[in-house]
Write a new protein. Structure first.
Ligand code: SF4
Length: 509
């Protein structure tokens, strides 16, 4: 049964490989196949003749909880490798195990059960909430260590036999065994592999399986970020910023499009705006008659030359993230963007034909006053006044979620009532102004995200409860009550001297 017809799907003979890896993205296909992580790991693992890698997602419709490639349950694989990009996906990790007959708690799994591993930014930042469910965490980037883990599984005979030995590997955290774990990362992106034959769903444009950027070849220009905004997980755990050379990027695109014949290139990277060759790269892509999609840009790098390429490449919306509206708040969070730069960028984009703008702001920042909140509406209006039309400025305004390893890791988050009042203030100020579309995260969800971001091992029981009982805010409330977990302990700020759940993780070795 083919669930999603795809280009470049890899199907191997189960009898001819030594290690079978289930690559699990704990959300739906559309979300997992929009970024590069799944495609990169799939290519890395399937490049080995002795390894077979198949993908698992949360079902979009009614396709069942089985691998996409050969319709096998998770329990038949030697390794279940989860990528943790967002904390909200944690219950889905346990749900995927439950639905496939794999005991979710590691103490209940035997030698023949799959070795459950997890990686990605959330696993690196704070593995503790899932530490009773995952056998080992990859701390940092996968490339330097994944091959060694697979070699070990191959030689061990049984997937989970003697997993304590893996704690000796750099970049690996084995709960209950490791005293500490040191982050590993790729030194040179030019030397790192990049997937060329990428999986593209052969579905209609309106299909729920279509990735966010459509049928696109994804290419990574930059990894990490050197700006270190005070609230940002990536800015603190994915250092240093590394770039691919322009030459390498052009060759990846040229080669990649031979194997992945699509008409669009999606250029990604946490700090793509700091990529030195962004203008030349975009010009190269559109000179080939291709469409282009770029992630969030920083206002000061938006030039006419760049905007022209984006327009030619069919990009209709540009996203910018000043995150705070007043200079005082931007300075408090370390986001050094000037209002004039934001307005210049908005003007340039409009003048070159990009008529849609998406702007990210946060509320609930340390030291924030009602004036800072109101200024979100007023600054947005000043930008819209440059000539933006009906529903052309999309404001995404979300509560700040404190992240591990950042200066805000011990912060108390504001009360739900404060955050609701702040949103009301902004919406009232913009009421009737039809140039704006506003979306925001419910402050109660922000509380749960904070719990998962800053949580310790105790939080795992609540995650399991939610996984077993379907989810939703009501379910989280019940979970906390049943498990005797006090939300206030996690969202109410941490004592400056208290140990932190992620103390064992060494981000800057
Ligand atoms: S918010 Fe953006 S610019 Fe700031 S550290 Fe994070 S990725 Fe970098």
């Amino acid at each position: 049964m083919v669930v999603v017809p795809e280009l470049n799907v890899v199907k191997k003979d189960w009898r001819r490989v030594d290690v079978k890896v289930a690559l699990c993205y704990p959300n739906v296909y559309r979300a997992g196949m929009t970024g590069l992580t799944v495609k990169l790991l799939y290519a890395l693992l399937n490049a080995r003749r002795d390894v077979l890698c198949e993908r698992f997602f949360i079902p979009t419709l009614r396709e069942g909880w089985r691998s996409l490639e050969s319709n096998q349950p998770l329990s038949r694989f030697d390794v279940a490798a989860f990528t943790l990009q967002y904390e909200e996906d944690y219950p889905n990790v346990i749900r995927m195990m439950l639905k496939s007959g794999v005991p979710p708690r590691r103490e209940d799994r035997g030698e023949d059960d799959p070795l459950v591993i997890a990686g990605g930014p959330c696993a690196t930042g704070n593995p503790e909430p899932l530490a009773d469910y995952v056998d080992l965490f990859v701390i940092g980037e996968a490339e330097p260590v994944i091959g060694r883990i697979i070699d070990w599984v191959r030689s061990s005979g049984k997937p989970r036999r003697g997993i304590e030995e893996l704690a000796d590997l750099r970049g690996v955290y084995v709960p209950g065994v490791s005293d500490s774990a040191e982050r590993v990362w790729v030194r040179s992106l030019d030397e790192a592999p990049h997937p060329l034959a990428q999986q593209i769903p052969l579905v209609d444009d309106g299909s729920p399986y279509m990735p966010v950027f459509g049928r696109a070849f994804t290419v990574e220009a930059v990894r990490g970020c050197g700006r270190s905004c005070r609230f940002c997980l990536i800015g603190h755990i994915w250092r240093p910023k590394r770039e691919r050379s322009l030459e390498k990027m052009l060759s990846i695109i040229d080669e990649g499009l031979k194997y992945t014949p699509v008409r669009k290139v999606s250029v990604i990277g946490a700090s793509l705006f700091d990529y030195r060759h962004l203008e030349e790269l975009c010009e190269f892509i559109v000179s080939r008659g291709l469409e282009i999609s770029v992630s969030s840009l920083s206002p000061e790098i938006i030039t006419e030359r760049l905007a022209d390429s984006l327009v030619k490449g069919g990009q209709r919306t540009v996203t910018v993230a000043p995150d705070a509206a007043t200079p005082r708040m931007r300075s408090a969070i370390g986001k050094m963007i000037e209002e004039e730069a934001l307005k210049d960028a908005a003007r340039t984009l409009l003048s070159r034909g990009i008529k849609q703008l998406k702007i990210y702001f946060m509320i609930g920042l340390p030291g924030e006053t009602p004036e800072d909140v109101v200024e979100i509406a007023d600054l947005s209006k000043r930008v819209a006044d440059l000539g933006y039309g009906y529903r052309s400025v999309h404001l995404s305004i979300n509560p700040l979620i404190p992240k591990p390893h950042t200066p805000f890791q011990r912060m108390k988050i504001p009360a739900v009532s404060y955050l609701r009042d702040s949103m009301r203030l902004i919406k009232k100020r913009l009421r009737g102004d039809r140039r704006f579309v506003i979306d925001t995260l419910d402050p109660r969800h922000a509380q749960i995200q904070t719990l998962l971001s800053l949580g310790d091992r105790e939080v795992g029981r609540a995650i399991e409860f939610v996984a077993r009982h379907c989810g939703g805010l009501g379910c989280w409330r019940r979970a906390l009550k049943e498990c005797g977990i006090r939300l206030e302990k996690y969202i109410g700020g941490m004592d400056p001297e208290a140990p932190l759940p992620w103390d064992k993780i060494r981000i800057h070795p």
